[in-house]
Design a protein around this ligand. Structure first.
Ligand SMILES: [Zn+2]
Length: 310
């Protein structure tokens, strides 16, 4: 009996493996996230402190890039809770009106829209939280940079503050990177859903193929770097709104991703079109992250607005 029970458990565990493997590849894959993170700090302008542009910071950013995907595996029972942070189905989110600026207002808007759209699952878990998680990490980074400035001004050891700034830049980088992947912005995140007049792929291997396997096998840092280097760092006047615009830009490439796949572009070494497409998406991730970090640095020098507790 005991052995039979063991076999049943083992069979159940094996049955779970393919589903977990597919889900775990939902991100730019290890390599894409590392590239986006490294390039973002490598091309920060010289008015950002040297510790954040250093070789050590670039290496740390490279290491931290994929880590939020790992965090979800810290406790398997938390996986479903943490997954929605990594994407947003804009088609669903837009049913609730313009995206509110705060996570709980967004959740309220989704709940209010549910009755009018009974055929769509408008739970935050299903629609996704990416803009909110990203903006909250931006705010955390801004705060950590203020603390670094304070330690520096007081002539205290800034080592811990520097580590905090690099780590938070790395985690922010993961979510910004997810936003440059068109499939992280759509209901068609892993195979085309619903009406399919153009015969797009419905394969549940689609997502992993586009971002994980193809990038790992075919894209190098040196391919993406020349697209980031010549761009001028931008100060974002409204980082939340800018990030939403960036997500909508990524979203505009959803159908193209499917068209390129249908033409066989992601198979093997890929076509030149798919290489250019993938390099451009990764570069846009690095540029957006570079600009968010740069903006956080400049804003961290501003006087702090009081909150309700001070
Ligand atoms: Zn992710």
């Amino acid at each position: 009996m005991k052995m039979f029970g063991g076999l049943v458990r083992m069979a159940a565990a094996i049955a779970l493996v393919p589903a977990l493997l597919v889900q775990q590849s939902f991100a730019w894959g290890h390599d894409g996230h590392s590239m986006i993170n490294r390039l973002a700090v490598q091309y920060l302008p010289a008015d950002v402190p040297a510790f954040l542009r250093s070789r050590a910071a670039q290496d740390a950013m490279d290491y931290y890039g994929p880590q939020p995907d790992q965090f979800r595996n810290g406790d398997p029972s938390m996986y479903d809770t943490m997954v929605p942070d990594h994407d947003i189905n804009l088609e669903d989110a837009d049913l609730a009106g313009p995206l509110p600026r705060r996570r709980y207002e967004y959740m309220k808007a989704l709940a209010a829209a549910q009755a009018a759209h009974p055929g769509v699952n408008l739970s935050p878990q299903n629609v996704g939280m990416l803009p909110y998680v990203t903006y909250e990490y931006y705010v955390s980074l801004l705060s950590a940079m203020r603390d670094y400035r304070r330690e520096l001004a007081a002539n205290r050891d800034t080592t811990a503050a520097e580590h905090e700034v690099v780590f938070l830049s790395g985690v922010l980088g993961h979510f910004v990177g997810d936003g440059s992947q068109p499939l992280h912005t759509t209901i068609h995140y892993n195979g085309w859903m619903g009406d399919n007049p153009n015969g797009h792929s419905t394969s549940t291997k689609f997502h992993g193929l586009v971002e994980g396997d193809f990038v790992h096998n075919n894209v190098k840092l040196a391919d993406v770097s020349p697209l980031v280097e010549p761009t001028k760092p931008k100060v974002l006047t409204d980082p939340f709104a800018d990030f939403v615009t960036y997500l909508r830009h990524s979203h505009s490439f959803v159908e193209e991703t499917y068209r390129l796949e249908k033409a066989g572009g992601f198979a093997g070494v890929g076509t030149p079109q798919v290489k250019a497409f993938t390099n451009a998406r990764l570069a846009e991730g690095a540029i957006e992250l570079r600009d968010m970090i740069y903006t956080a640095w400049l804003r961290s020098g501003d006087p702090v607005a009081p909150n309700k507790f001070n």
